[in-house]
Design a protein around this ligand. Structure first.
Ligand code: WQD
Length: 377
């Protein structure tokens, strides 16, 4: 049964139930221009997150909102394993040929350290699944994609801050999966320049949560990333008060790794700008060196913060007395990943303007209101 055509643009978000995905879904709904479809295997997310997103969007509807506005707060959520092409096809079949306007492809495994231990799982899920998705998109005449890439594609960058022209030389299997997927998308756009439009967004370090505290980051198991781990420590979900610092002998101001943290809502806004840049009439591809309509942009603030600076900012936001202990470096870590955000600012109108204190305050507001996160499957 094919859904009736809709005046709203249908956008499919892979990984829509995840931390980034749920905030991107919220931002799409907030425009009242899109009907969102989400596919997610819930490997690192909970179905409840999308119920919360809808609840949040409905709470922000104006009095007397139209039926179409109400429809933008509904999400077609599908549990789907992107490594299984038939499962992807079943979702696209529901909307028919050209029934989905574009795809925001966020779903991926993303732990730098873990990827060095199980590389094949990362290649299958991050690269194999991307190929399957693109193949099904082509079958259903859906040829616009915003791809979630990563600053880890730069490896150890030769210059800081990092412009998009920097050679891609990922250090970890995770980063290499992102380089490979970007390359696959570039080659596809090169082969069919009149058909495909694509933008890869190289995320730096997303942080924070929607200020309502209704949605937020809730990784399954012990968080691998610094900020959610610090939040779990402060709320008692991790019974430790000492952060293990993975090395303080890096060539950085205080010896710990430097990262460019940006608010997850600023990151989500970047996706909307990229999606709109795929529409006819956009000038974003005008100065491309080849006919291929494909481009990559950094999404960052252009401001690097060290591990110790993050701990201090979270101490201020949570009131928790963190201790630290320096241990060995983590496999795959690089000293400094700080973005040069000028290209995205100039060509997409992107601006990551929320500061670190806001990120930490919003993260703590989410975590303190939801000590067990979404807490259920
Ligand atoms: C930050 C810093 C650690 C935990 C993330 C995502 C990855 C990609 C890039 C999007 C590092 C240090 C951490 C701990 C520590 N994002 N640290 N003790 O490694 O930059 O990767 O951003 O694609 O998917 O995972 O972020 O938060 O894991 O680490 O010392 O217990 O904190 O060494 O320097 P990272 P992170």
């Amino acid at each position: 049964m094919v859904e009736a055509p809709s005046p709203l643009k249908r956008v499919l978000v892979t990984g829509g139930a995840g931390y980034i995905g749920s905030h991107v879904v919220y931002a799409l709904q907030n425009t009242r221009r899109f009907k969102v479809i989400s596919i997610d295997n819930h490997h690192n997310s909970y179905p409840k997150s999308l119920l919360r997103v809808s609840q949040l969007s409905k709470s922000e509807l104006p009095e007397g909102a139209s039926a179409q506005d109400v429809e933008t707060t509904e999400i077609d959520a599908h549990k789907c394993d992107l490594t299984q092409p038939e499962q992807i096809r079943q979702v696209f079949q529901k909307y028919g040929k050209a029934g989905i306007w574009g795809v925001i492809h966020i779903a991926a495994y993303k732990a730098v350290g873990e990827s060095t231990e199980i590389p094949l799982t990362y290649y299958a899920n991050n690269v194999g699944a991307t190929v399957s998705l693109l193949q099904v998109m082509a079958e259903f005449e859906c040829t616009r994609i915003v791809y979630s890439s990563s600053a880890t594609v730069y490896g150890i960058p030769p210059i800081i801050p990092i412009p998009e022209t920097t050679r891609l030389q990922a250090e970890s299997p995770y980063g290499k999966t992102k380089v490979m997927a970007e390359t696959i998308i570039q080659d596809l756009c090169q082969a069919e320049p009149e058909r495909w439009r694509a933008i890869s967004l190289r995320y730096f370090n997303p942080a924070g949560a929607h200020p309502s505290g209704v949605i937020g980051e809730d990784p399954r198991g012990r968080p691998g990333n610094l900020l959610p781990l610090l939040a779990h420590m402060a709320v008692g979900r991790v019974k430790e008060d000492k952060l293990m610092v993975f090395g303080n002998d890096y060539p950085t101001p205080d010896g710990t790794c430097v990262r460019d943290y940006l608010h997850v809502l600023d990151l989500a806004s970047g996706h909307l700008l990229a999606l709109d840049a795929l529409a006819p009439g956009s000038t974003v591809f005008d100065n491309c060196p080849t006919p291929a309509r494909v481009k990559a942009f950094n999404l960052g603030k252009g401001k690097g913060m060290s591990v110790y600076q993050i701990v201090e900012a979270m101490r201020k936001a949570t009131g928790f007395d963190y201790k630290t202990e320096v241990i060995g470096r983590r496999a795959g870590d690089v000293p400094d990943l700080t973005a040069d955000p000028a290209l995205a600012e100039k060509e997409l109108g992107f601006k990551a303007d929320k500061d670190l204190d806001t990120m930490c305050r919003d993260l703590w507001n989410w975590q303190s209101k939801n000590p067990q996160g979404y807490g259920e499957d």
